[in-house]
Design a protein around this ligand. Structure first.
Ligand code: URA
Length: 196
């Protein structure tokens, strides 16, 4: 039987692709291992590589703000990436790198058993939802895959580059909030409990 501890140990020691030669830290994932919502990014950048934690740079700050808009914080969710090691110069992860790494994310997903998966950006959406995924047309739409509801948001780094996409993303976040209310049991529960 797989466990988080075994999986994390294996992942931290991984040498399955060339990214292991240039990484400072493996970025395994963070958040609640009880979470009902899994966010999936593309791969670590410079800050994440230095700290071993996903989404800690400017894009991460924006992600925190996006979560806060719908009453969420990192303790409510789990965050992982398609590739766990930083691609040099922040290039897109190559297919061979994604293939070498995707098994770790599959195992994380099996252990977590999320009700909802949110892909951050095109690369994650193409790997998780549909190889033909078009982020500009299909962000905010729901897809069912193996009993899990999935959607994609624009990547926070894309929103930093092009703030004109922020209003659409706010609509997508409201859609996400409604879906969480509909199909998650405890994600928003503490909020209510505080007033119980
Ligand atoms: N961008 C990502 O896709 N993932 C991170 O962890 C940080 C930036």
């Amino acid at each position: 039987m797989d466990t988080w501890e075994v999986l994390e140990q294996e992942c931290l020691a991984c040498r399955e692709c060339a990214l292991c030669q240039t990484r400072t830290n493996v970025v395994f994932g963070t958040g609640s291992r009880e979470a009902e919502v899994l966010f999936i990014g593309e791969g670590p950048g410079k800050n994440e590589d230095e700290q071993g934690v996903p989404f800690v740079g400017r894009a991460g700050q924006l992600l925190d703000d996006m979560l806060a808009m719908i009453g969420l914080s990192r303790e409510h969710i789990y965050i992982a990436n398609i590739v766990k090691c930083r691609p040099p110069e922040n290039r897109d992860p190559l297919n061979v790198e994604q293939e070498a790494c995707i098994g770790y994310l599959r195992r994380q997903t099996k252990l977590l058993r999320p009700k909802i998966i949110v892909c951050l950006g095109r690369i994650a959406a193409m790997k998780i939802i549909d190889p033909e995924f078009k982020i500009s047309r299909q962000h905010g739409q729901w897809f069912e895959r193996g009993g899990i509801s999935m959607m994609a948001l624009y990547h926070p780094a894309a929103l930093l580059r092009d703030p004109r996409r922020r209003p659409e993303t706010f609509e997508d976040l409201k859609t996400l909030q409604a879906k969480i209310r509909e199909c998650c049991d405890h994600t928003y529960q503490e909020e209510g409990a505080a007033y119980a």
